[in-house]
Design a protein around this ligand. Structure first.
Ligand SMILES: [Zn+2]
Length: 105
């Protein structure tokens, strides 16, 4: 039932910085944020799920707010995590200095 023609692909044109200069991009990303779910994963990461109409559907964001999808801190998944934390969501743990956890999906 999922219509693949309306899938949204998160790439370099749909980023947080583009949303600041393009009302169209901002509108798309605001819509995605409404559907996004955020959960802490593996203690140090956030798993952001935008639902089946978004590619990639799931994004993994580190405790220091970098997305592993390649858009890094410019990814809308990072915005979703910030919103989650602002709304009182449980934060991921911060690793001790010198320890860099690696997320394996
Ligand atoms: Zn991402």
């Amino acid at each position: 039932m999922s219509d693949s023609s309306k899938a949204v692909v998160l790439n370099g044109t749909l980023t947080d910085s583009q949303a600041r200069i393009s009302p169209d991009v901002k509108q798309i990303l605001t819509g995605l944020l409404k559907e996004a779910t955020v959960a802490v994963q593996d203690e140090y990461f956030y798993l952001v799920d935008f639902g089946p109409d978004v590619r990639p559907q799931r994004h993994t964001v580190s405790h220091d707010l970098f997305c592993t999808c390649g858009l890094e801190q410019d990814c809308v998944a990072v915005t979703a995590v910030k919103k989650y934390l602002k709304d009182g969501g449980e934060p991921a743990s911060t690793p001790e200095s010198g320890y860099y956890p690696v997320n394996v999906i």
